[in-house]
Design a protein around this ligand. Structure first.
Ligand code: UT7
Length: 322
């Protein structure tokens, strides 16, 4: 009987086009210094017209499958986290399944905004631990540039496009140690993206763009992520010093620094990608994880804390012995 979900491959994809702060400051009233000081972001990637959440997911997924040296036919569950699906349905999971040509898997989407990939990891882990699945592909893929109001300086400077993937397999050695996911719908108005097509016709639903009360979201995010760190350590009877790497959701360097401080970690132990990627929502944690695995920072046997916070609110963590 295998008890753990072990990471056997990771992948990532970023679109080619780079959009700098300077370029944005030509179209809305902002500046590179404001954006960099308040968020840590210098540039972000923007998908080309022919790209979509499923096309980016495919590239990231193929990379993870190749690294793992795994026969795609052994994948029995595909979970895609996205807030920007190609279509309302079929799910982006089904579209990815078709693109990968995998027949014997069940595929579905998870919608938990920026926490989506952590929710995906949690679901994958439950399936593997229960024996219901053996090899699970989790992908976070987002084309945020299509749901951003490019005339709203308070949001358009924050987001970027990309996809991250992880392949998990049932194993006897340790892998995912625990996952913790939460939601609280009370805060729906602080961060949301309307769906004008499906909204009740008598409602005055706005256009389908991200709306955020950033400052209020910021405060809740810092407090909540502090609590999830404690919850995760307690559940594993671990101390702060047992964590080798923090792989946080990439929304704001000040939020990331607050979590690192809570963990008494130096920023050298924190994987930060937002300077060149911005906030890629559900893709951000898996993109950062992939980057640090690829460049050799995260080594086999090390303990890695992944965490995220997003609209809903939703939040969660995954503690992994890589
Ligand atoms: O990923 C999902 C979760 N999302 C987050 O975690 C995001 C959390 N929030 C944040 O990261 C930050 O709140 C922001 C980066 C969005 C904003 O930073 P802030 O330090 O909280 O700024 P603020 O919203 O309090 O705005 C301060 C000022 C305002 O002007 P006044 O009212 O002081 O005159 C804004 O109008 O900055 C102004 N402002 C800008 N100025 C230049 C807002 N956006 C911009 C901008 N350029 N792009």
């Amino acid at each position: 009987m295998s008890h753990y979900s072990r990471v056997i491959g990771t992948g990532g994809y970023l679109p080619e086009k780079v959009l700098t702060n300077e370029e944005i400051s030509l179209t809305v009233e902002t500046s590179d210094s404001w954006i960099h000081e308040r968020t840590g972001i210098k540039s972000r990637r923007i998908a080309a017209a022919h790209e979509s959440a499923s096309s980016m997911a495919e590239i990231a997924a193929r990379q993870a499958i190749e690294v793992a040296g795994c026969d795609p036919e052994t994948i029995d569950l595909i979970i895609v986290a996205t807030g920007t699906p190609d279509r309302v349905y079929p799910s982006t999971g089904c579209l990815l399944q078709q693109r990968l040509g995998i027949k014997n898997a069940v595929a579905f989407d998870v919608q938990a905004a920026c926490s989506g990939s952590i929710f995906g990891l949690s679901i994958a882990d439950q399936y593997i631990k229960s024996g219901a699945a053996k090899t699970v592909l989790v992908v976070g893929s987002e084309i945020c540039s299509r749901i951003v109001d490019w005339t709203d300086r308070s949001t358009c400077v924050l987001f970027g496009d990309g996809a991250g993937a992880v392949l998990l397999q049932a194993a006897e050695e340790k892998g995912i140690l625990s996952t913790h996911i939460h939601s609280d719908g009370e805060y729906e108005d602080l961060l949301y993206c309307p769906n004008p097509q499906a909204a009740a016709k008598e409602s005055e639903e706005e256009a389908g763009y991200i709306i955020m009360r950033g400052n209020e979201v910021f405060k809740v995010a810092v407090n909540t992520l502090g609590r999830i760190v404690d919850e995760t350590l307690e559940a594993n009877d671990m101390d702060k010093t047992d964590i080798d790497w923090l792989v946080p959701h990439q929304a704001n360097i000040r939020i990331i620094a607050a979590t690192a401080k809570k963990l008494k970690m130096s920023m050298d132990q924190v994987v930060v990608t937002l300077e060149t990627q911005g906030n890629t929502s559900s893709a951000s944690v898996l993109l950062a994880f992939n980057e640090a695995v690829r460049d050799g920072r995260i080594q086999r046997g090390q303990v890695v804390l992944l965490e995220a916070f997003g609209a809903g609110f939703t939040w969660g963590s995954a503690l992994i012995r890589y």
